[in-house]
Design a protein. Structure first.
Length: 485
Protein backbone atom coordinates (compact mmCIF):
# COMPACT_ATOMS: atom_id res chain seq x y z
CA UNK A 1 0.00 0.00 0.00
CA UNK A 2 1.41 3.42 -0.96
CA UNK A 3 2.36 6.02 1.67
CA UNK A 4 -0.33 8.31 0.24
CA UNK A 5 -3.07 5.67 0.79
CA UNK A 6 -1.78 4.86 4.27
CA UNK A 7 -1.60 8.54 5.22
CA UNK A 8 -5.12 9.14 3.96
CA UNK A 9 -6.53 6.04 5.68
CA UNK A 10 -4.93 6.88 9.05
CA UNK A 11 -5.94 10.55 8.96
CA UNK A 12 -9.47 9.93 7.79
CA UNK A 13 -9.98 7.11 10.34
CA UNK A 14 -8.68 9.37 13.14
CA UNK A 15 -10.96 12.17 12.00
CA UNK A 16 -13.89 9.76 11.81
CA UNK A 17 -13.23 8.43 15.33
CA UNK A 18 -12.78 11.98 16.73
CA UNK A 19 -15.96 13.24 15.09
CA UNK A 20 -17.92 10.15 16.15
CA UNK A 21 -16.76 10.59 19.77
CA UNK A 22 -17.66 14.29 19.66
CA UNK A 23 -21.06 13.50 18.14
CA UNK A 24 -21.85 10.91 20.82
CA UNK A 25 -20.81 13.27 23.62
CA UNK A 26 -22.64 16.25 22.13
CA UNK A 27 -25.66 14.06 21.41
CA UNK A 28 -25.81 12.82 25.03
CA UNK A 29 -25.59 16.43 26.30
CA UNK A 30 -28.27 17.60 23.89
CA UNK A 31 -30.60 14.72 24.86
CA UNK A 32 -30.20 15.49 28.59
CA UNK A 33 -30.73 19.22 27.97
CA UNK A 34 -33.81 18.59 25.85
CA UNK A 35 -35.35 16.44 28.54
CA UNK A 36 -34.77 19.03 31.25
CA UNK A 37 -36.23 21.74 28.98
CA UNK A 38 -39.18 19.55 28.08
CA UNK A 39 -39.97 18.75 31.72
CA UNK A 40 -39.72 22.43 32.62
CA UNK A 41 -42.04 23.29 29.76
CA UNK A 42 -44.54 20.65 30.94
CA UNK A 43 -44.56 21.97 34.54
CA UNK A 44 -45.00 25.59 33.45
CA UNK A 45 -47.70 24.58 30.97
CA UNK A 46 -49.65 22.61 33.61
CA UNK A 47 -49.40 25.50 36.08
CA UNK A 48 -50.78 27.84 33.43
CA UNK A 49 -53.54 25.42 32.39
CA UNK A 50 -54.53 24.99 36.05
CA UNK A 51 -55.07 28.77 36.31
CA UNK A 52 -56.98 29.05 33.03
CA UNK A 53 -59.38 26.15 33.56
CA UNK A 54 -60.10 27.01 37.21
CA UNK A 55 -63.51 28.69 36.44
CA UNK A 56 -64.67 25.73 34.30
CA UNK A 57 -63.60 23.22 37.00
CA UNK A 58 -65.46 25.20 39.69
CA UNK A 59 -68.58 25.32 37.49
CA UNK A 60 -68.37 21.57 36.91
CA UNK A 61 -67.90 20.88 40.62
CA UNK A 62 -71.00 22.94 41.34
CA UNK A 63 -72.88 20.94 38.70
CA UNK A 64 -73.34 24.09 36.68
CA UNK A 65 -71.82 22.38 33.62
CA UNK A 66 -71.39 18.83 32.31
CA UNK A 67 -68.70 16.63 30.71
CA UNK A 68 -69.09 18.01 27.15
CA UNK A 69 -68.79 21.57 28.43
CA UNK A 70 -65.59 20.70 30.34
CA UNK A 71 -64.29 18.86 27.23
CA UNK A 72 -64.77 22.01 25.18
CA UNK A 73 -62.67 24.00 27.68
CA UNK A 74 -59.90 21.39 27.91
CA UNK A 75 -59.67 20.49 24.19
CA UNK A 76 -57.55 23.49 23.00
CA UNK A 77 -54.99 22.91 25.80
CA UNK A 78 -54.79 19.21 24.97
CA UNK A 79 -54.13 20.03 21.33
CA UNK A 80 -51.45 22.49 22.42
CA UNK A 81 -49.58 20.01 24.63
CA UNK A 82 -50.29 17.00 22.36
CA UNK A 83 -51.58 15.02 25.36
CA UNK A 84 -54.58 14.50 27.59
CA UNK A 85 -55.79 16.26 30.74
CA UNK A 86 -57.48 14.66 33.77
CA UNK A 87 -59.22 16.66 36.45
CA UNK A 88 -59.56 15.32 40.00
CA UNK A 89 -61.57 16.80 42.86
CA UNK A 90 -60.81 16.57 46.52
CA UNK A 91 -62.20 13.23 47.78
CA UNK A 92 -63.71 12.45 44.43
CA UNK A 93 -62.69 12.98 40.88
CA UNK A 94 -63.66 13.05 37.25
CA UNK A 95 -61.46 11.40 34.72
CA UNK A 96 -61.41 13.25 31.49
CA UNK A 97 -60.33 12.04 28.08
CA UNK A 98 -60.40 14.35 25.12
CA UNK A 99 -63.51 13.78 23.05
CA UNK A 100 -64.99 11.29 25.48
CA UNK A 101 -67.58 11.77 28.18
CA UNK A 102 -66.56 10.11 31.42
CA UNK A 103 -68.11 9.60 34.82
CA UNK A 104 -66.77 10.87 38.11
CA UNK A 105 -64.12 8.54 39.54
CA UNK A 106 -62.37 8.35 42.88
CA UNK A 107 -58.74 9.41 42.95
CA UNK A 108 -56.72 6.34 41.91
CA UNK A 109 -54.83 4.34 44.55
CA UNK A 110 -51.91 4.18 45.02
CA UNK A 111 -51.59 7.84 44.16
CA UNK A 112 -49.29 8.51 41.22
CA UNK A 113 -46.11 10.39 42.32
CA UNK A 114 -47.03 13.61 40.46
CA UNK A 115 -50.37 13.76 42.34
CA UNK A 116 -48.68 13.12 45.68
CA UNK A 117 -46.19 15.87 44.87
CA UNK A 118 -49.03 18.31 44.20
CA UNK A 119 -50.54 17.51 47.60
CA UNK A 120 -47.21 18.45 49.18
CA UNK A 121 -47.14 21.64 47.07
CA UNK A 122 -44.57 20.58 44.44
CA UNK A 123 -44.54 20.17 40.68
CA UNK A 124 -43.11 16.85 39.51
CA UNK A 125 -42.73 15.16 36.15
CA UNK A 126 -42.94 11.40 36.24
CA UNK A 127 -42.30 8.96 33.43
CA UNK A 128 -44.03 5.57 33.32
CA UNK A 129 -45.67 3.08 31.02
CA UNK A 130 -49.38 2.64 30.53
CA UNK A 131 -51.05 -0.76 30.53
CA UNK A 132 -50.49 -1.15 26.80
CA UNK A 133 -46.76 -0.50 27.29
CA UNK A 134 -46.65 3.05 25.89
CA UNK A 135 -44.29 5.41 27.70
CA UNK A 136 -45.82 8.65 29.00
CA UNK A 137 -44.77 11.77 30.89
CA UNK A 138 -47.12 12.76 33.73
CA UNK A 139 -47.32 15.97 35.68
CA UNK A 140 -50.01 17.67 37.70
CA UNK A 141 -50.94 21.02 39.33
CA UNK A 142 -53.54 22.21 41.86
CA UNK A 143 -56.54 24.14 40.61
CA UNK A 144 -57.32 27.04 42.95
CA UNK A 145 -60.45 29.13 43.26
CA UNK A 146 -60.35 32.20 45.48
CA UNK A 147 -57.17 30.85 47.12
CA UNK A 148 -58.72 27.47 47.96
CA UNK A 149 -57.73 24.18 46.17
CA UNK A 150 -60.73 22.80 44.31
CA UNK A 151 -59.00 19.97 42.47
CA UNK A 152 -55.98 18.75 40.60
CA UNK A 153 -55.35 18.80 36.86
CA UNK A 154 -53.11 15.99 35.62
CA UNK A 155 -51.33 16.09 32.25
CA UNK A 156 -50.33 12.99 30.32
CA UNK A 157 -48.31 13.29 27.15
CA UNK A 158 -46.65 10.46 25.19
CA UNK A 159 -42.85 10.28 25.46
CA UNK A 160 -42.78 9.97 21.65
CA UNK A 161 -43.18 13.77 21.46
CA UNK A 162 -39.83 14.26 23.23
CA UNK A 163 -38.30 11.31 21.35
CA UNK A 164 -39.28 12.98 18.05
CA UNK A 165 -37.53 16.17 19.17
CA UNK A 166 -34.43 14.22 20.25
CA UNK A 167 -34.39 12.36 16.94
CA UNK A 168 -34.57 15.63 15.01
CA UNK A 169 -31.57 17.01 16.94
CA UNK A 170 -29.60 13.79 16.42
CA UNK A 171 -30.32 13.84 12.69
CA UNK A 172 -29.13 17.48 12.45
CA UNK A 173 -26.05 16.63 14.53
CA UNK A 174 -25.12 13.59 12.42
CA UNK A 175 -25.67 15.48 9.14
CA UNK A 176 -23.45 18.30 10.44
CA UNK A 177 -20.75 15.85 11.52
CA UNK A 178 -20.84 14.05 8.15
CA UNK A 179 -20.41 17.36 6.30
CA UNK A 180 -17.57 18.35 8.68
CA UNK A 181 -15.87 14.93 8.31
CA UNK A 182 -16.07 15.20 4.51
CA UNK A 183 -14.60 18.73 4.57
CA UNK A 184 -11.82 17.57 6.90
CA UNK A 185 -11.18 14.51 4.67
CA UNK A 186 -10.88 16.78 1.60
CA UNK A 187 -8.44 18.95 3.53
CA UNK A 188 -6.41 15.85 4.47
CA UNK A 189 -6.36 14.71 0.80
CA UNK A 190 -5.13 18.14 -0.29
CA UNK A 191 -2.43 18.31 2.42
CA UNK A 192 -1.28 14.74 1.66
CA UNK A 193 -1.16 15.55 -2.05
CA UNK A 194 1.02 18.62 -1.42
CA UNK A 195 3.31 16.76 0.97
CA UNK A 196 3.76 13.81 -1.37
CA UNK A 197 4.28 15.93 -4.48
CA UNK A 198 7.88 16.63 -3.55
CA UNK A 199 8.37 12.96 -2.65
CA UNK A 200 7.06 12.01 -6.11
CA UNK A 201 9.44 14.53 -7.71
CA UNK A 202 12.28 12.93 -5.77
CA UNK A 203 11.25 9.47 -6.96
CA UNK A 204 11.00 10.63 -10.61
CA UNK A 205 14.44 12.24 -10.41
CA UNK A 206 15.97 9.09 -8.91
CA UNK A 207 14.36 6.99 -11.68
CA UNK A 208 15.65 9.32 -14.43
CA UNK A 209 19.12 9.25 -12.91
CA UNK A 210 19.04 5.45 -12.61
CA UNK A 211 17.97 5.22 -16.27
CA UNK A 212 21.17 7.01 -17.26
CA UNK A 213 20.23 10.69 -17.34
CA UNK A 214 23.24 11.64 -15.23
CA UNK A 215 22.75 15.36 -15.81
CA UNK A 216 19.33 15.35 -14.18
CA UNK A 217 18.99 17.28 -10.90
CA UNK A 218 16.03 18.20 -8.66
CA UNK A 219 15.10 21.80 -9.41
CA UNK A 220 14.59 23.97 -6.26
CA UNK A 221 13.89 21.33 -3.57
CA UNK A 222 11.39 22.51 -0.88
CA UNK A 223 12.59 23.82 2.52
CA UNK A 224 11.59 20.76 4.53
CA UNK A 225 12.87 17.29 5.37
CA UNK A 226 12.03 15.99 1.88
CA UNK A 227 13.83 19.01 0.43
CA UNK A 228 16.89 18.05 2.49
CA UNK A 229 16.81 14.59 0.89
CA UNK A 230 16.50 16.37 -2.49
CA UNK A 231 19.66 18.41 -1.79
CA UNK A 232 21.47 15.25 -0.68
CA UNK A 233 20.32 13.57 -3.93
CA UNK A 234 21.69 16.46 -6.01
CA UNK A 235 25.04 16.32 -4.22
CA UNK A 236 25.22 12.56 -4.69
CA UNK A 237 24.30 12.87 -8.40
CA UNK A 238 27.00 15.54 -8.85
CA UNK A 239 29.64 13.28 -7.29
CA UNK A 240 28.59 10.17 -9.22
CA UNK A 241 28.61 12.12 -12.49
CA UNK A 242 32.10 13.50 -11.91
CA UNK A 243 33.37 10.06 -10.77
CA UNK A 244 31.96 8.43 -13.92
CA UNK A 245 33.39 11.18 -16.10
CA UNK A 246 36.82 10.68 -14.54
CA UNK A 247 36.48 6.94 -15.11
CA UNK A 248 35.45 7.40 -18.77
CA UNK A 249 38.36 9.80 -19.40
CA UNK A 250 40.71 7.29 -17.81
CA UNK A 251 39.35 4.40 -19.92
CA UNK A 252 39.48 6.52 -23.08
CA UNK A 253 43.07 7.66 -22.41
CA UNK A 254 44.21 4.14 -21.51
CA UNK A 255 42.73 2.61 -24.68
CA UNK A 256 44.28 5.38 -26.73
CA UNK A 257 47.70 4.86 -25.12
CA UNK A 258 47.56 1.12 -25.89
CA UNK A 259 47.17 1.72 -29.60
CA UNK A 260 50.65 3.09 -30.32
CA UNK A 261 52.67 0.22 -28.77
CA UNK A 262 50.34 -2.34 -30.38
CA UNK A 263 50.82 -0.77 -33.81
CA UNK A 264 54.62 -0.79 -33.38
CA UNK A 265 54.56 -4.48 -32.24
CA UNK A 266 52.52 -5.31 -35.34
CA UNK A 267 54.97 -3.42 -37.60
CA UNK A 268 57.89 -5.26 -36.07
CA UNK A 269 56.34 -8.74 -36.38
CA UNK A 270 55.60 -8.01 -40.04
CA UNK A 271 59.23 -6.90 -40.53
CA UNK A 272 60.48 -10.03 -38.73
CA UNK A 273 58.24 -12.25 -40.90
CA UNK A 274 59.91 -10.77 -43.98
CA UNK A 275 63.44 -11.14 -42.55
CA UNK A 276 65.42 -13.69 -44.63
CA UNK A 277 67.17 -15.04 -41.51
CA UNK A 278 63.85 -16.37 -40.19
CA UNK A 279 62.41 -17.61 -43.48
CA UNK A 280 63.28 -21.25 -42.69
CA UNK A 281 62.80 -21.16 -38.93
CA UNK A 282 59.30 -22.69 -38.61
CA UNK A 283 59.14 -22.34 -34.82
CA UNK A 284 60.00 -18.65 -35.00
CA UNK A 285 57.41 -18.14 -37.77
CA UNK A 286 54.74 -19.97 -35.73
CA UNK A 287 55.48 -17.78 -32.72
CA UNK A 288 55.33 -14.68 -34.92
CA UNK A 289 51.90 -15.75 -36.27
CA UNK A 290 50.68 -16.32 -32.70
CA UNK A 291 52.01 -12.92 -31.62
CA UNK A 292 50.27 -11.40 -34.64
CA UNK A 293 46.96 -13.07 -33.75
CA UNK A 294 47.19 -11.92 -30.13
CA UNK A 295 48.09 -8.38 -31.18
CA UNK A 296 45.09 -8.33 -33.57
CA UNK A 297 42.85 -9.53 -30.73
CA UNK A 298 44.25 -6.85 -28.40
CA UNK A 299 43.85 -4.20 -31.11
CA UNK A 300 40.21 -5.29 -31.55
CA UNK A 301 39.66 -5.06 -27.81
CA UNK A 302 41.27 -1.62 -27.61
CA UNK A 303 39.09 -0.42 -30.48
CA UNK A 304 36.04 -1.81 -28.71
CA UNK A 305 37.00 -0.18 -25.40
CA UNK A 306 37.70 3.16 -27.10
CA UNK A 307 34.27 3.04 -28.72
CA UNK A 308 32.63 2.11 -25.40
CA UNK A 309 34.46 4.96 -23.66
CA UNK A 310 33.12 7.37 -26.27
CA UNK A 311 29.62 5.92 -25.91
CA UNK A 312 29.83 6.22 -22.11
CA UNK A 313 30.85 9.84 -22.39
CA UNK A 314 27.92 10.51 -24.77
CA UNK A 315 30.44 11.52 -27.39
CA UNK A 316 29.32 9.16 -30.15
CA UNK A 317 28.34 11.09 -33.24
CA UNK A 318 25.24 9.55 -34.77
CA UNK A 319 26.03 9.44 -38.46
CA UNK A 320 24.04 10.82 -41.39
CA UNK A 321 25.22 8.33 -44.05
CA UNK A 322 22.43 7.43 -46.47
CA UNK A 323 22.35 3.63 -46.43
CA UNK A 324 20.07 1.21 -48.25
CA UNK A 325 19.55 -1.25 -45.42
CA UNK A 326 18.53 -4.12 -47.73
CA UNK A 327 21.69 -3.82 -49.85
CA UNK A 328 23.75 -3.40 -46.71
CA UNK A 329 22.40 -6.65 -45.21
CA UNK A 330 22.97 -8.49 -48.45
CA UNK A 331 26.56 -7.19 -48.75
CA UNK A 332 27.35 -8.05 -45.13
CA UNK A 333 26.03 -11.58 -45.63
CA UNK A 334 28.29 -11.93 -48.66
CA UNK A 335 31.26 -10.79 -46.57
CA UNK A 336 30.49 -13.21 -43.75
CA UNK A 337 29.62 -16.10 -46.04
CA UNK A 338 33.19 -17.50 -46.32
CA UNK A 339 33.49 -17.55 -42.50
CA UNK A 340 30.16 -19.42 -42.29
CA UNK A 341 30.93 -21.79 -45.12
CA UNK A 342 34.33 -22.62 -43.55
CA UNK A 343 32.37 -23.97 -40.59
CA UNK A 344 29.74 -25.67 -42.78
CA UNK A 345 26.97 -23.29 -41.70
CA UNK A 346 24.22 -22.03 -44.01
CA UNK A 347 23.62 -18.28 -43.87
CA UNK A 348 20.22 -17.04 -45.06
CA UNK A 349 18.70 -13.60 -45.39
CA UNK A 350 15.03 -12.66 -45.78
CA UNK A 351 14.34 -9.01 -46.48
CA UNK A 352 11.69 -6.87 -48.13
CA UNK A 353 12.38 -5.84 -51.71
CA UNK A 354 14.40 -2.66 -51.25
CA UNK A 355 15.68 -0.14 -51.32
CA UNK A 356 14.95 1.17 -47.79
CA UNK A 357 17.08 4.23 -47.27
CA UNK A 358 18.01 5.18 -43.73
CA UNK A 359 20.32 7.75 -42.17
CA UNK A 360 22.97 6.15 -39.97
CA UNK A 361 26.72 5.90 -39.44
CA UNK A 362 27.74 2.96 -41.64
CA UNK A 363 30.52 1.96 -39.24
CA UNK A 364 28.04 1.69 -36.35
CA UNK A 365 25.58 -0.29 -38.47
CA UNK A 366 28.35 -2.65 -39.57
CA UNK A 367 29.66 -3.04 -36.02
CA UNK A 368 26.24 -4.08 -34.73
CA UNK A 369 25.39 -6.68 -37.38
CA UNK A 370 28.92 -7.96 -37.88
CA UNK A 371 29.09 -8.69 -34.14
CA UNK A 372 25.72 -10.43 -34.14
CA UNK A 373 26.51 -12.54 -37.23
CA UNK A 374 29.98 -13.24 -35.84
CA UNK A 375 28.40 -14.55 -32.62
CA UNK A 376 25.89 -16.65 -34.56
CA UNK A 377 28.70 -18.22 -36.63
CA UNK A 378 31.04 -18.66 -33.65
CA UNK A 379 28.43 -20.31 -31.45
CA UNK A 380 26.83 -22.56 -34.08
CA UNK A 381 28.43 -25.92 -34.82
CA UNK A 382 28.90 -27.31 -38.33
CA UNK A 383 25.70 -28.14 -40.19
CA UNK A 384 23.77 -25.34 -38.51
CA UNK A 385 21.64 -22.63 -40.07
CA UNK A 386 21.67 -18.90 -39.44
CA UNK A 387 18.65 -16.92 -40.60
CA UNK A 388 18.59 -13.11 -40.67
CA UNK A 389 15.12 -11.66 -41.18
CA UNK A 390 14.39 -8.00 -41.85
CA UNK A 391 10.85 -6.73 -41.35
CA UNK A 392 9.89 -3.14 -41.96
CA UNK A 393 7.68 -1.59 -39.26
CA UNK A 394 6.01 1.82 -39.12
CA UNK A 395 9.05 3.74 -37.90
CA UNK A 396 11.65 1.02 -37.38
CA UNK A 397 13.22 -2.05 -38.87
CA UNK A 398 12.94 -5.31 -36.99
CA UNK A 399 15.92 -7.66 -37.40
CA UNK A 400 15.81 -11.24 -36.18
CA UNK A 401 19.01 -13.27 -36.28
CA UNK A 402 18.19 -16.85 -35.45
CA UNK A 403 20.75 -19.64 -35.20
CA UNK A 404 20.61 -23.36 -34.45
CA UNK A 405 23.72 -23.15 -32.27
CA UNK A 406 24.84 -24.03 -28.75
CA UNK A 407 22.26 -21.73 -27.12
CA UNK A 408 22.57 -19.92 -23.79
CA UNK A 409 21.63 -21.23 -20.33
CA UNK A 410 18.76 -19.07 -18.90
CA UNK A 411 20.84 -17.89 -15.89
CA UNK A 412 23.49 -16.42 -18.22
CA UNK A 413 21.01 -14.59 -20.45
CA UNK A 414 20.60 -11.45 -18.28
CA UNK A 415 24.40 -10.94 -18.21
CA UNK A 416 25.40 -11.30 -21.88
CA UNK A 417 25.43 -7.50 -22.34
CA UNK A 418 27.91 -6.99 -19.50
CA UNK A 419 31.46 -6.09 -20.49
CA UNK A 420 33.86 -9.05 -20.71
CA UNK A 421 31.06 -11.46 -19.85
CA UNK A 422 31.27 -14.80 -21.60
CA UNK A 423 28.53 -17.29 -20.74
CA UNK A 424 29.80 -20.67 -19.63
CA UNK A 425 33.52 -20.03 -20.20
CA UNK A 426 34.36 -23.74 -19.92
CA UNK A 427 32.30 -24.53 -23.03
CA UNK A 428 33.77 -21.56 -24.92
CA UNK A 429 37.41 -22.36 -24.17
CA UNK A 430 38.22 -22.92 -27.84
CA UNK A 431 36.01 -20.13 -29.18
CA UNK A 432 37.89 -16.84 -29.52
CA UNK A 433 36.28 -13.75 -28.01
CA UNK A 434 36.66 -11.22 -25.24
CA UNK A 435 33.02 -10.73 -24.20
CA UNK A 436 32.83 -7.13 -25.44
CA UNK A 437 30.80 -7.62 -28.64
CA UNK A 438 27.26 -7.50 -27.23
CA UNK A 439 28.07 -4.63 -24.85
CA UNK A 440 29.25 -2.56 -27.84
CA UNK A 441 26.16 -3.57 -29.83
CA UNK A 442 23.75 -2.61 -27.05
CA UNK A 443 25.57 0.68 -26.33
CA UNK A 444 25.37 1.69 -30.04
CA UNK A 445 21.69 0.71 -30.18
CA UNK A 446 20.99 2.69 -27.03
CA UNK A 447 22.60 5.77 -28.61
CA UNK A 448 20.31 5.38 -31.64
CA UNK A 449 17.21 4.65 -29.51
CA UNK A 450 17.08 1.01 -30.59
CA UNK A 451 16.49 -2.13 -28.53
CA UNK A 452 18.02 -5.60 -28.46
CA UNK A 453 16.76 -8.87 -26.96
CA UNK A 454 18.62 -12.18 -26.76
CA UNK A 455 16.47 -15.30 -26.32
CA UNK A 456 17.41 -18.94 -26.03
CA UNK A 457 15.57 -21.99 -24.79
CA UNK A 458 18.81 -23.40 -23.32
CA UNK A 459 21.84 -25.49 -24.23
CA UNK A 460 21.91 -26.58 -27.89
CA UNK A 461 18.49 -25.00 -28.45
CA UNK A 462 19.79 -22.18 -30.65
CA UNK A 463 19.67 -18.44 -30.01
CA UNK A 464 17.48 -15.67 -31.38
CA UNK A 465 18.59 -12.04 -31.26
CA UNK A 466 15.94 -9.42 -31.97
CA UNK A 467 16.99 -5.87 -32.79
CA UNK A 468 14.46 -3.08 -33.23
CA UNK A 469 16.23 -0.09 -34.72
CA UNK A 470 14.37 3.16 -35.22
CA UNK A 471 15.70 5.00 -38.26
CA UNK A 472 14.87 8.36 -39.74
CA UNK A 473 13.74 6.94 -43.10
CA UNK A 474 14.33 8.69 -46.39
CA UNK A 475 12.03 6.83 -48.74
CA UNK A 476 8.83 4.78 -48.56
CA UNK A 477 9.20 1.77 -50.83
CA UNK A 478 6.90 -1.15 -51.59
CA UNK A 479 7.21 -3.94 -49.04
CA UNK A 480 6.79 -7.43 -50.47
CA UNK A 481 8.78 -9.29 -47.84
CA UNK A 482 10.37 -12.26 -49.61
CA UNK A 483 13.67 -14.15 -49.27
CA UNK A 484 16.48 -12.87 -51.48
CA UNK A 485 19.01 -15.49 -50.55
P1 LIG B 1 33.61 -10.77 -28.62
O1 LIG B 1 32.28 -10.50 -29.24
O2 LIG B 1 34.13 -9.64 -27.83
O3 LIG B 1 34.59 -11.34 -29.56
P2 LIG B 1 32.08 -12.77 -27.27
O4 LIG B 1 31.45 -13.18 -28.52
O5 LIG B 1 32.41 -13.85 -26.30
O6 LIG B 1 33.38 -11.92 -27.53
P3 LIG B 1 29.74 -11.17 -26.82
O7 LIG B 1 29.52 -11.06 -28.26
O8 LIG B 1 29.56 -9.98 -25.99
O9 LIG B 1 31.17 -11.75 -26.48
O10 LIG B 1 28.79 -12.29 -26.27
C1 LIG B 1 28.75 -12.54 -24.89
C2 LIG B 1 28.45 -13.98 -24.61
O11 LIG B 1 27.12 -14.27 -24.99
C3 LIG B 1 29.28 -14.92 -25.42
O12 LIG B 1 30.50 -15.19 -24.79
C4 LIG B 1 28.40 -16.15 -25.48
O13 LIG B 1 28.56 -16.92 -24.32
C5 LIG B 1 27.02 -15.59 -25.50
N1 LIG B 1 26.47 -15.50 -26.86
C6 LIG B 1 26.34 -14.40 -27.62
N2 LIG B 1 25.75 -14.70 -28.80
C7 LIG B 1 25.50 -16.04 -28.78
C8 LIG B 1 24.93 -16.97 -29.71
N3 LIG B 1 24.48 -16.57 -30.89
N4 LIG B 1 24.81 -18.26 -29.33
C9 LIG B 1 25.27 -18.66 -28.12
N5 LIG B 1 25.84 -17.86 -27.22
C10 LIG B 1 25.96 -16.56 -27.53
MG1 LIG C 1 30.82 -11.63 -29.91
Amino acid sequence: MSIRTRLLLVNISLLGIAFLGMSLFAGAQITAGLRVDYEQRLTSEIALIAQRIAPAVVAYARDESDDPALDTVLAPYEAQIQGTLHVYFTGQSIEKYAGENTARNPVPHPDPPELEAVITGQLLVNQRRSEDGTLYFYTAASVFSEGQPVGIVQLRTPASVLQGLVLQRWAALIAGMIVLTLCAALLVVWVAHRMLRSLRQLQESATRFAEGDLKHRIASPPRDEIGAVGHAFNTMAERIQSMLEAQHTFASNTSHEFRTPLTSIQLRTEALKRAPALSHDTTARRYLDEIDAEVSRLTGMVQGLTLLARLDADRLELGRDEVDIVRFASALCQQMLPQAEDKGIALQLSAPVGPIHVLVNLTHLTLVFRNLLDNAIKYTPAGGIIHWRLVREEDAILHTIEDTGIGIVPEHLPHVFERFYRADRARLRDVPGSGLGLSIVSAILQAYGGTIRVQSAGINQGTTVTVRWRFPRLTQEVDTSQPIR
